[in-house]
Design a protein around this ligand. Structure first.
Ligand code: GTP
Ligand code: MG
Length: 345
């Protein structure tokens, strides 16, 4: 089966009744099981309660999740808690990189959007977050014809298939083939988003996805948990969601890209339009992503800033948005205009 450690039957010494029950609650593979946490699994187990349900304790459930993880470690799909730096490098070499559509942007990212990582794209309205997501859908070169699915989770009801069609056609690519591989999930409530992300492993396997896009991750939670009194709950929910995404990206070796909104920073007096805004979601959002990229408008062009990354120094790049989606600044006399791969200002 796609990118995983196989079916649950591969787990030895597990009660058959328990295996059946796991399937009933939608856990179909070892990878899927390994992405859950024992409390979530216990909740799902009892939410599907019927006469045949047997009581189960936390220890048994924890043991089961651990078993699934150990199987993936044995298969070399995930790392041990302790592993050598050499093994870590080996694992990083298995990752794929997907193009943003702009060479400068790609080299700014060190080759493109990576698998085994969460990439957050934050920015104000119109800064190009969705355009980047659309372009990625078109330009993401998949290593295999079978494992080339894209999952697009649209929480803002803003997905535009005709724009993807236009970007693909302007790049001389087969738009039909590209549109076929994009699986869109429209989300209307935060609880809906949470449920879909809880079941995401199943969809990743079903659609053989290598890229998952969530545009945007926070808008529904932000709208529904607006008051101070609900802030703690919102953050806790977001935290659970982001942790699951992190596990999914590692276990399935997929790229996960999500967009984030910005909020005014009341304590800033710099007033240059960038420093006065910050990505929404507080520390929980800030710490979750592997890469945090901030987009801002500059006339017809855009500037991306790498705000957080384990591999990049603070850097910036300019790009633009055109018929082809995200693209390099116009080339004149064979040279890219100011603001190639890294420009410090
Ligand atoms: P919000 O979702 O509102 O937060 O904004 P966003 O960051 O997702 O903005 P989006 O990616 O939708 O960018 C919108 C901008 O992209 C527009 O203001 C245009 O500048 C540009 N754009 C959108 N469609 C086209 C197009 O077909 N051609 C060109 N040249 N530019 C486009
Ligand atoms: Mg958008």
């Amino acid at each position: 089966m796609f990118g995983d450690g196989g079916t649950l039957e591969r787990l030895q010494d597990v009660d058959q009744h328990l295996l059946h029950k796991l399937k009933d609650i939608g856990i179909g593979s070892i990878s899927d099981l390994a992405t859950t946490t024992p409390p979530e699994l216990l909740e799902d187990y009892y939410s599907n309660y019927d006469d045949a349900t047997r009581g189960i304790d936390f220890e048994t459930i924890s043991h089961l999740v651990l078993k699934a993880k150990q199987k993936l470690i044995e298969d070399g799909l995930i790392q041990r808690d302790f592993s050598s730096a050499e093994k870590m490098l080996e694992r990083r070499q298995k990752m794929a990189k997907f193009s943003t559509g702009s060479e400068s942007f790609d080299s700014f990212l060190g080759g493109g959007i990576e698998t085994q990582a969460l990439t957050e794209i934050a920015g104000e309205f119109g800064s190009g977050k969705s355009q980047l997501c659309y372009t990625l859908c078109v330009t993401a070169n998949m290593s295999s014809k079978e494992d080339n699915g894209i999952i697009y989770v649209d929480t803002e009801n803003s997905f535009k298939a005709e724009r993807i069609h236009q970007i693909a056609e302007s790049r001389g690519l087969d738009s039909e083939e590209i549109l076929k591989r994009i699986n869109i999930c429209k989300i209307y409530y935060s609880a809906h988003l949470e449920a879909v992300i809880r079941s995401l492993a199943r969809y990743i396997e079903q659609y053989r996805a290598r890229l998952v896009i969530i545009d945007s991750i926070i808008s529904l939670h932000r709208a529904e948990f607006a008051g101070r009194e609900t802030l703690a709950e919102r953050q806790q929910r977001l935290n659970a969601l982001l942790h699951r995404l992190r596990r999914l990206s590692e276990i399935y070796n997929i790229a996960i890209v999500y967009t984030n909104q910005v909020q005014a920073q009341p304590d800033s007096f710099l007033g240059n339009g960038f420093d006065s805004m910050r990505a929404a979601g507080g520390n929980i959002m800030g710490h979750a992503s592997t890469y945090r990229v901030f987009l801002r408008k500059m006339g017809h062009n855009r500037i991306a800033t790498m705000l957080d990354s384990p591999y990049h120094a603070y850097s910036q790049v300019k790009f633009t948005i055109g018929e082809e989606g995200i693209q390099d600044l116009e080339k004149k006399d064979g040279k890219t205009l100011a603001g190639g791969s890294e420009c410090g200002w």
